[in-house]
Design a protein around this ligand. Structure first.
Ligand code: RTP
Ligand code: MG
Length: 140
């Protein structure tokens, strides 16, 4: 079924100049881009986006990391794009992420209080709907 997902090119991806490489992989796979916007995320947006992680030890560092510089929010579309982009992204931990994936090829572990792994992708239809509403209210 054609569906939409919310992708974030996190601040480390922007900082390292990897926007083009990541978007190239998304487009090469055949997914469409419905919306794309670079911005510095504000605290309310990050609190809403990461509500499920509130109270976890890495929550504070996660919000700090995600607000540390510009990120690129993207709505992508296609058959199976939610699971498909998660597959392109690879495992959360860059060391465990398979070669060939965005995180496996382009990210590594650092001595940091939170895992920095270049991209976010919605993990379900419900999450995608919720997250698109947070980042692109006009599309929600
Ligand atoms: P995402 O939401 O960013 O697509 O990543 P994910 O589903 O693979 O990972 P999730 O469990 O939702 O965690 C969200 C983000 O928080 C950071 N994280 N750090 N132990 C840690 O230091 C830790 N655990 C999670 C990562 O940046 C992860 O992508
Ligand atoms: Mg997640």
């Amino acid at each position: 079924m054609t569906e939409r997902t919310l992708i974030l090119l996190k601040p480390d991806a922007v900082e390292r100049g990897l926007r083009g490489e990541i978007l190239r992989r998304l487009e090469a796979k055949g997914y469409g881009i419905v919306a794309l916007d670079q911005r510095v995320a504000d605290a309310d947006t990050l609190a809403a986006h990461y509500a499920e992680h509130e109270g976890k030890p890495f929550y504070g560092p996660l919000v700090e990391y995600m607000g540390s510089g510009p990120l690129v929010a993207v709505v992508a579309e296609g058959e199976g794009v939610i699971a498909g982009f998660r597959s392109l992204a690879g495992a959360t931990n860059p060391t465990a992420a398979a070669p060939g994936s965005i995180r496996g090829d382009l990210a590594r572990e650092w001595d940091a209080p939170v895992i920095q792994n270049l991209v976010h992708g919605s993990d379900s239809v419900e999450s995608a709907t919720r997250e698109i509403g947070i980042w692109f209210p006009a599309l929600g």
